[in-house]
Design a protein around this ligand. Sequence first.
Ligand SMILES: *[C@@H]1O[C@H](CO)[C@@H](O)[C@H](O)[C@H]1NC(C)=O
Ligand SMILES: *[C@@H]1O[C@H](CO)[C@@H](O)[C@H](O)[C@H]1NC(C)=O
Length: 639
Amino acid sequence: METRSDHVALTLQLGSSDSLQPGLSTTRKSCRRYWNQLPRCLRNLIIIGLLTACVALLLFLPGEQLVPDDSANSLGHINIAPFKDEHNNILRNENVHHPKRNSEEVIPPPTPLRKLEDNNQPQIDPAQNPNDSAQNQIEPQIPLDNKPDPEIEKGSREILANNGLEGEPNVLEENIDNNAPKDFSGPSNDRQRAVVDAFRHSWRGYKEFAWGHDNLKPISMGSHDWFGLGLTIVDALDTMYIMDLQDEFEESRNWVDQHLSFNINKDVNLFEVTIRVLGGLLSAYHLSGDKMFLNKAIDLGNRLMPCFDTPSGIPYSDVNLATMKAHSPKWSPDSSTSEVTTIQLEFRDLARSSGDKAFEEVVQSVNEKVHALPKTNGLVPIFINANSGAFRNFATISLGARGDSYYEYLLKQWLQTNKKPNDFLIEDYKTAMDGVLTQLVRKTPAEKHTYIGELINGKDFKPKMDHLTCYLPGTLLLGHRHGMPLSHLTLANELLETCYQTYMKQPTGLAPEITYFKLNDDSETDIIVKPNDAHNLLRPEFVESLYYFYALTGNKTYQDMGWNIFQSFEKYTKVKHGYTSIGNVKNVLNTRPRDMMESFWLGETLKYFYLLFSDDRNEIDLDKYVLNTEAHPLPILHN
Ligand SMILES: *[C@@H]1O[C@H](CO)[C@@H](O)[C@H](O)[C@H]1NC(C)=O
Ligand SMILES: *[C@@H]1O[C@H](CO)[C@@H](O)[C@H](O)[C@H]1NC(C)=O
C-alpha cells in the first residue's frame, strides 16, 4: 500500500513538471482556458484516467527496477521492517531523472549500460560512494547507444585496462589478452532478471554499509571481516561479468586495482583464500582479459607459497600474508583433507597463466602424496597432518565438511588438464565413487530417499548428510558425461531428488545445514532436522547441482525446481539491505535471521541461479571451462 501511494506521488510530480515546460506559453494559456471551461467532474475523470495510465505504464515498463523490488516487498517478510523509505526514494528519483523511458522514440538501454545515462544527471543514489568519480571519468567514452558492438566492448576494456596504468603509454596491447571469451549479453528472461535484481539488491547493501569489507551484515547495517580482503567484491567479480553488470564490474575492478593489498599482517586460511580470492581473480582475468587481475593473483600466490614449506609437502592450513609465516590451525595439529586437495585447480591455472611452474609443482606434489596414502575403498579421512604427511587415524569419513571437495577436484583436475590418459586422479575418483556406493549410500525405510552418510571413526555409519554434500549429484553427472559408469548417473539422479526434498519438506522451502535420515524405527519421519542444524547460510551446493543437470541435459524441470527455491530465498532471506542467513528453516514465523550475507551468496548461489535460468544452457561452455569449488570458471588447458 505504501508503495502504491509512492507511485501516485511520483506520477503527480512527473505530471506537474511536464506541464511547466517553458517556451510554449501561448498554447499553454489557451489550453488552460479550455481546460478550465470543462465541468469539474469531467476534469477529475480525465485526471484520474491519466494517473491510472501513468501508474500502469510505470508498473509494466520492461527492465524497470521498480517492479521486482516492490513486488518482493509485498511478499511479506518475516519480522523485518519492509523496505520502503530511502530505497523507494532512490527509485523515485531515478525515474524523475529518466523521463525518456516513457518515450516511444527512445529504446531503453540494456541493463548494463543503464548508469551511463546517469552521467548527465546529478548523482542522487545515497548508496554511491565518492570513489565512483574515478569510474565516471572513463564511462562517457563508451557510446550511449544500445548494443554491444564488439569494437565498443573492446574499447571499454582498453580504457579499463589503461585506467590502472597511468603514465605508462603503449602498454595496452600487452595488458589485454586477445582471447577473451564471448561477450555476455545480460539476462534474457524474467527469471534471470529476478536473479539480477537480487544481485543488485545485495550489492546496494554491501556497497552502502560494507564496501571493502569481507561480508555485509544486512540487518545491523554493518560489515564483517574475516581476512580483510574485500571477499564479497573479489568473489563476485565474475558473477558481475557474467550478468553483464558493467558498471558494478568496473567499480569493483578499480577497487581491486587501487585498494586490494595482500601485504596485511594477518593469518589467512590457505584453502579459503585460494578458492575465493585466487580463484576469483583468475576467473576475472580469464573472462575480461585484464592483466591487472593476473598480477594481483601472482602477488597473492607468492604469499601463499610458504604454506607448502612443510616436512611432508602437505601444506599448512594458515599463513600470515605479510610475514609469510605458515602454520597449522591454532585448534589442531592437522590440516583438513579437503582443504589441502582443493587448491590444485587454482594453483595450476596460476602457473599456466603466469609461466611460473612452481605454483603447479607444489600442488601436484600434494596430489601425488595423497594418492600414495592408504584409503578405505578410495575414501579419505577428513584430517591430514602436514608434518607426517599421514591421515589422522580414526578420523571421520565424510562427503560433507572437510571431505567434500577432495572428490570434486579429483574429477575437475582431470577435466582441467583435458582428460590426460592414465591420470591417477580419475582412477582415484572412480575408486572413491565405488567406495561411496558400497559404504556410504543408503535408502530410508519408508520413503526410500537415497542419501549419503558418514563413517565415524572411519567405520561406524551415521545417517547424517551435510547440505554441502548436495554438490555431489552435479559432479557425478559431469563425470558421467565424461565417461564414468552408469551407476554414477543413477546415484546422481536419486541424490538430486533427496536434496530437493531437504528443501521441500521444510515449511520455508529452504534446506537446513544438516539433515539426518531415519535408520530403523527411531523416528516418525524419514527426514529429520535437529534444532541446532536448522540454519540456512544461503549456500549454493544444491543450486550448483541443478545447474549441471540443466546444462548437461537441457531438461527444464531443473529450472522449475530452482525457481521454487529462489522464491523461498526471496521470501525468507531478503531484508531491507540485502539477504541474510537464517537460523531456522523449520518455522515460517520464526526464521531467526542471523544478520550475515556471506560472499558466496554473490559469488556462487546467485551465479548458479542465473546460469540455471539461462535460455542458453551453454552460457558457460563446460567443454571450455571448469568451475572451481567456489563457482569461478577456469579454462580447460590443452597442453
Ligand atoms: C575511497 O578511496 C579512499 C582512497 O582513495 C579510501 O581510503 C576509502 O576507503 C574509499 N572509500 C570507499 C567507500 O571505498
Ligand atoms: C526431466 O527431468 C525430470 C526430473 O528428473 C523427469 O521426471 C522428466 O522425465 C525429464 N523430462 C524429460 C523430457 O527427459
